[in-house]
Design a protein around this ligand. Structure first.
Ligand code: 5GP
Length: 352
């Protein structure tokens, strides 16, 4: 496991509110419990439960959002989540989150994202590069420290309207200088119809944002086909593909964000031995290992590398190559790709 921690890694599929530490959630629940807003014991039971179906996971997210969605907490969890990824040698992190509006506390999608940015700027354990061409970095007085590149994807939740999705895309465009590089479509896959979001997704693409879609978490072949025809730059999960869509995915070579623990815990895939990682890896299909929700599923990116290595019999060198190849699929610019390649080159020397 140690080498999985020490090697540099690229995380491309991590939801902010799914990556919150259990200890932070419990602390927040205790405070709201004392105020009588929630029943602490109910929350404790839900948070500490280790296996959840996909349906239960979305119920948990509703609970997490009650605990986290105020400006100062959003700032706190962003800082903690980035520091947690940095502590296990993630060198490039694409963190995704759904900008939320809550009129009762004066929160707009923009002010939510401003709170996220504040959290990023508060990170103190590493230097964070978060904007195009090194425009902004929270470097500490010329000291040479570890550097983490962070970029953001703004998520559209499948419960939202076309207008709300469009507002998210416009916000993403306005925040490009703050490191927003793309749009994600996520949320409960059995809710809504993805065509509701097509105008916003098309607009995002026209304006030069990258798009990744949660695709094939449930066996809806028609939706999967239409999503692939949209030609997103990446897709997440790809669990419930039938033969025809499988062939289409492979011929289009759309990179897949693989979330092993998440798929097993939510029973989207019944067992690791039949996970599609193995077939895609063998076919040299573009792949990247990711955590999805490291807090909710009690995992880490090093843990995902360790799991893939042991479940599919891959050694240190193969796992290192897998991590390095992920650089090709990041949404940040070529300058960042070059700098990441240099980081991996140095690490490869140490590996020998
Ligand atoms: P947030 O966007 O609030 O920072 O992160 C939590 C949200 O991400 C959830 O409410 C949900 O919309 C989305 N999400 C997290 N994990 C998953 C997943 O495994 N599948 C899908 N479809 N959406 C997810």
């Amino acid at each position: 496991m140690e080498w999985c921690v020490s090697m540099p890694k690229v995380e491309l599929h991590a939801h902010l509110n799914g990556s919150v530490r259990d200890s932070t959630l419990l602390e927040l629940a205790r405070v709201l419990g004392k105020k009588g807003i929630i029943a602490f014991s109910d929350v404790e039971n839900v948070i500490m439960k280790s296996d959840r179906t996909l349906h239960e996971v979305f119920k948990l997210f509703d609970l997490i959002h009650i605990l986290t969605t105020d400006h100062s907490t959003v700032t706190r969890i962003t800082k903690e989540v980035i520091e947690d990824f940095a502590s296990e040698n993630v060198v490039y992190l694409e963190l995704r989150t759904t900008p939320k509006r809550n009129d009762s506390i004066g929160m707009s999608k923009r002010s939510y994202m401003e709170a996220v940015m504040e959290g990023l700027k508060a990170v103190s354990s590493v230097d964070v590069d978060y904007a195009p061409a090194g425009l902004k970095t929270n470097t500490f007085n010329g000291t040479t420290r570890k550097k983490l590149y962070v970029r953001f994807l703004l998520s559209i939740d499948r419960r939202e309207s076309t207008e709300a999705a469009m507002e998210t895309v416009k916000l993403a465009l306005e925040m490009r200088d703050s490191g927003v590089v793309g749009i994600d479509l996520s949320g409960n896959p059995i809710v809504g119809n993805w065509t509701t979001f097509l105008p916003a997704l098309k607009y995002a693409r026209e304006q030069g944002l990258c798009v990744t879609l949660h695709c094939g978490e449930v066996p809806n072949q028609e939706e999967i086909k239409a999503m692939l025809d949209f030609l997103p730059q990446r897709i997440g999960h790809a669990c419930c593909f039938e033969e025809e869509n499988w062939r289409k995915l492979k011929s289009l070579k759309i990179p897949v964000e693989i979330c092993l623990t998440s798929n097993i815990r939510t029973e989207t895939i019944s067992s690791i031995d039949i996970h599609h990682f193995a077939e895609l890896y063998k076919a040299k299909h573009p792949l990247v290992l990711c955590t999805d929700d490291s807090g909710v599923f009690s995992t880490s990116l090093s843990g995902e590398y360790h799991l893939a290595s042991s479940a599919f019999g891959l050694g240190k060198t193969e796992m290192f190559q897998l991590a390095e190849t992920a650089i090709c699929f990041i949404f940040a610019d070529d300058g960042v790709k070059e700098e990441l390649r240099a980081i991996f080159e140095v690490a490869a020397g140490k590996l020998k």
